[in-house]
Design a binder for this molecule. Structure first.
Ligand code: SDX
Length: 428
């Protein structure tokens, strides 16, 4: 495999180094392109542009491969836990029992919120979008941890904010939900697991504590494992972009929440349920819906379908589809939306339009049905995605700083007006 490439334009030639990754991906190093040729590359949406090298997650979109630090997502989904996977994503190795115990104890210890933060929740209207509250309150954590507003990548100055964010994101999410229901806030219980504590804070009532059902706890843990990282997706790239200005971790992950909220990204899981409900409630023929999704003149999309990277199946969708069946069966839930989803997938996967464009179900296609089964309300679906993605955002922020990456500042090709003189209009 050659480690050089030649760019030739307008009589000029430039030799570029080829960076070859451990999975034989090839990236052409254009860091000197403008200095040596005056030219830049142009790639709106960055579909062909690598922003960094990374050791965290590997995706092979053609083969449907996803690995965190070299471990296959299928193995982690089957055998690991979210906290063990989070440690792996953050620190690059599976934790020893001692390391895991320390990590888990740190997470448990950090679940509470400063009492004064309660007044912030009281100020939100009942219909405040939970993603807006999440982003705001992650930034508000910075107000109560001013000594942690650093870009440290090791030791307590990194570990403590990372633990705080990983742990408190659940409390903020649960309290955002309770704000919307006008319910009193439920403090965390140190006795419960990561997921059990979240479900407790979401659904317990003062004299009627939520009973954590093992199947529900395991399903939520699986959901979080599958969302823990996904290389340079829109929200992770946002976290890296904000962090590259040496913004602190609280501010950087709060920015990631903003990007994730978009319906083309993390917001899709809720959109899938809206789509399935629309089909179910209005008795829409699946073939008619698929035709509408193919019609460029309609704003209908098959939500939960397609992906920038996966041009074959998204392994997370396959795992979720398998587990959704198991969880609904164990919880004796018969969700008509699951049948619609499976039939819709079947119609689409046999349709030339989707086949030609390599459009397959992505992580969001079945995740919403799993969340519904465990009782999470739809307006909290993207918040659940953010809870899962937190270790990935933190790990990428840290890696970018360890690489001592310069501030991210893309260039552009200007296509506006050329120089023109100012003409005063009327008399002033
Ligand atoms: C996530 O990047 C990540 O890793 C993200 C994520 C993660 O873990 O972080 O995996 C999580 O965000 C998953 C994606 C969730 N979003 C959706 O499900 C929304 C629906 N999907 C589409 O909007 C779209 O597929 C995207 C946004 C996911 C990908 O967009 P791209 O890569 O820009 O692809 P594109 O829009 O250029 O599509 C290529 C073609 C187009 O048709 P043509 O112009 O070639 O004729 O495919 C069509 C698109 O119109 N197309 C769809 C479609 N998705 C793509 N047509 C109908 N329905 C769809 N869902």
């Amino acid at each position: 495999m050659s480690n050089k490439a030649i760019v030739e334009y307008d009589g000029k030639k430039l030799e570029l180094d080829a960076i070859i990754g451990t999975e034989n991906e090839v990236g052409l190093d254009i860091t000197q392109l403008r200095a040596k040729t005056g030219m830049i590359t142009l790639d709106p949406g960055y579909g062909n542009t690598g922003s960094c090298t990374s050791d965290i997650t590997f995706i092979d979109g053609e083969k449907g491969i996803l690995r965190y630090r070299g471990y296959a997502i299928e193995e982690l989904a089957e055998k690991s836990t979210f906290l063990e996977t989070a440690f792996l994503v953050l620190y690059g190795h599976l934790p020893s029992q001692k390391e895991l115990n320390t990590f888990s104890a740190g997470i448990s210890a950090e679940a509470g919120l400063h009492y004064a933060m309660k007044s912030h929740f009281d100020g939100f209207p009942a219909n405040a979008p939970p993603m807006a509250i999440l982003s705001a309150m992650l930034n508000t954590l910075a107000c109560y941890n001013t000594e942690l507003l650093t870009t440290a990548t090791d030791g307590p100055k990194f570990e403590v904010p990372a633990l705080k964010i990983m742990s408190k994101v659940r409390t903020i999410a649960a309290w955002a939900y309770r704000t919307s229901k006008g319910r009193p806030y439920m403090p965390p219980s140190p006795r419960l697991s990561y997921c059990g504590n979240f479900l407790h804070m979401m659904f317990s009532q003062p004299f009627d504590l939520y009973e954590v059902i093992p199947e529900v706890e395991k399903a939520l843990d699986l959901f979080l494992i599958l969302h823990a990282d996904h290389e340079q997706n829109c929200s992770t790239s946002t976290v890296r972009m904000v962090g590259s200005a040496r913004a602190n971790l609280f501010s950087s992950v709060a920015a990631g929440v903003g990007a994730l909220w978009g319906p083309l990204h993390g917001g899709a899981n809720a959109e899938v349920i809206a789509m399935l409900n629309n089909i179910h409630d209005n008795g829409i023929k699946l073939s008619d819906y698929v035709e509408a999704a193919k019609d460029k003149n309609s704003d209908t999309k098959l939500m939960g379908f397609g992906h920038r990277v996966y041009k074959s199946f998204d392994p997370r969708a396959k795992i979720l589809k398998l587990h959704v069946d198991r969880v609904l069966d164990k919880l004796h839930i018969d969700d008509p939306l699951l049948d619609i989803a499976k039939q819709l997938e079947d119609v689409a996967l046999h349709d030339e339009y989707f086949i030609e464009r390599n459009l397959y179900p992505n992580v969001d296609f079945y995740s919403g049905i799993l969340l519904r089964a465990i009782g999470i309300p739809v307006n909290m679906f993207t918040v659940m995605f953010a809870i899962g993605r937190m270790p990935g955002w933190i790990a990428n922020w840290r890696e970018m700083l360890c690489q001592e990456q310069r501030i991210s500042r893309p260039r552009q090709i200007y296509t506006g007006e050329t120089l023109r003189s100012y003409v005063q209009i009327g008399s002033r």
